[in-house]
Design a protein around this ligand. Structure first.
Ligand code: ARG
Length: 461
């Protein structure tokens, strides 16, 4: 018979039994469920709701169940619907009546809300850890390439010279925000729903602050209806993971471009690339493509859960059982993508000379040429027009700005002097961009040091 079978006259239909169950996927909450139950039992005892003997039997019984689940000797059953009732039924089968007292002053609604919050809280730590590993690799690679000149792009057109370090550090800045977003989510979710009961709290003299503290929450949730019906933390997590995947996907897209013969800025390590079944020459960036592709599933999880929650009346509704799979899938996806992507970046070869060659074509020093004239007294807008003419002439003749003779330059403005050739050297153009946040070595060094300090502050946590 079902734990809740009292008021029912017949068995659940077999199909409904399967349909209603969540044990197939929520069994991964077993650790949270058992720790939550132990804290609950301890609190019930301290508040005089159950006896010390019962509490001890419950806690010991739960410890045994935890050990057995971890040893792989426990078979869960859909007949007990979910992880919460599987554990409770197992406990009662092992310790008898004391097991039946565990659910006093509690409902599965606050129980599942507790377990899920604890799970999300813990997984945030895992994702943050993987992001910090990625940041470490980005800093290391950036240090190697502070003087590696590449074209910076807008509209995917060569625009101005930057270093490869500056490009990598742009991603490091995004992933740093991802870390703080996840930390914000963790800080906001850290209120304990246990004790909200089914929806309206309880008549027992429970101490919600005690269970909140025991389970490392900052405080209990302040409204019992909200406690059992809030899934904001799951939506926030999925939003944060979606944004994170957006960053990974943009990066993946660039890796894919850079691997192409059209760019050839990088060469992936053979261990992080794949071949074609028919074209012998192919070396494909499958890892980057899959990361880009899997971004879709994470967005899907966010949209799925937003849609589940929309329009639900207070408080708990069974619809909310649909909260877990999208969150699990998104976490699994992100936790898989991050280390593979990090290792791919760690092992790729950067083809400096190809980057430099690409930087040499496309007039990415045209702004610097205009700045040269501006610094000699010409208003910037006039300098801009003058250089525009030079670019047009160069394009026609298949030349670069620095290939023009001084006479040719002076035909446009007599402000040009021999020092213009130094001003047009890409290395100088990049080195002089030392404004705060720019690609000059002094600024990439500052950025690297800031990210490294950010990582170090968290590694000691
Ligand atoms: N398996 C359920 C879930 O995941 C647990 C809560 C069920 N509560 C209820 N009253 N049916 O949401």
């Amino acid at each position: 018979m079902k734990l809740w079978g009292g008021r029912f006259g017949k068995d659940t239909d077999a199909l409904v039994n399967e349909f209603n169950a969540s044990i197939q996927f929520d069994q991964r909450l077993y650790g949270e469920d058992i720790r939550g139950s132990m804290a609950h039992a301890e609190m019930l005892m301290q508040c005089g709701v159950i006896s010390r003997e019962d509490a001890e039997a419950i806690i010991q019984g739960l410890q045994g169940i935890l050990a057995d689940i971890e040893a792989g000797t426990v078979a869960f059953t859909a007949d007990n619907e979910d992880i919460h009732m599987n554990v409770e039924a197992l406990l009662t089968s092992r310790i008898g009546d004391a097991g039946k007292r565990l659910h006093t002053a509690r409902s599965r609604n606050d129980q599942v809300a507790l377990d899920f919050r604890m799970y999300v809280r813990n997984e945030i730590g895992t994702v943050v850890g993987r992001l910090l590993e990625l940041e470490t690799v980005l800093c290391r690679r950036a240090r190697e390439h502070q003087n590696t000149v590449m074209p910076g792009y807008t509209h995917l057109q060569r625009a101005q010279p930057i270093s490869f370090a500056q490009h990598l550090l742009a991603y490091a800045a995004m992933f740093r925000r991802d870390v703080t977003r996840l930390e914000d989510c963790r800080a906001r979710l850290n209120e304990c729903p246990l004790g909200c009961g089914a929806l309206a709290g309880t008549t027992y003299p429970i101490d919600r602050w005690r269970t909140a503290r025991a389970l490392a929450f900052d405080r209990p949730v302040g409204n019992s209806l909200d406690g059992v019906s809030d899934r904001d933390y799951a939506l926030e997590l999925l939003s944060d993971l979606s944004i994170l995947m957006t960053h990974l996907s943009r990066f993946a897209e660039e890796i894919i471009l850079w691997c192409s013969w059209e760019f050839k800025f990088i060469e992936l390590d053979d261990a992080y690339a794949t071949g074609s079944s028919i074209m012998p020459q192919k070396k494909n960036p499958d890892v980057a493509e899959l990361v880009r592709g899997k971004t879709g599933r994470v967005y899907g999880s966010l949209m799925g859960l937003l849609t589940v929650m929309k329009g639900l009346p207070l408080a708990y509704n069974k619809d909310m059982q649909e909260d877990k799979e999208p969150v699990f899938d998104a976490l699994d996806t992100v936790e898989l993508c991050l280390p593979v992507f990090t290792a791919m970046l760690d092992t790729m070869t950067v083809l400096r000379s190809n980057m430099r060659k690409a930087a040499g074509r496309g007039f990415i020093n045209a702004t610097d040429c205009a700045d040269y004239l501006t610094k000699k007294g010409m208003p910037f807008r006039d300098a801009y027009t003058a250089v525009g003419k030079l670019v047009a002439a160069c394009t026609e003749q298949g030349q670069t700005l620095e290939e023009l003779t001084l006479e040719e330059l002076r035909a446009v403005s007599d402000l040009f002097e021999a020092d213009v050739y130094e001003a047009l050297k890409l290395e100088n153009c990049m080195a002089l961009r030392s404004s705060y946040g720019g690609p000059a070595v002094s600024e990439t060094t500052r950025q690297i040091e800031e990210i490294e300090a950010f990582v170090a502050a968290r590694e000691h946590d």
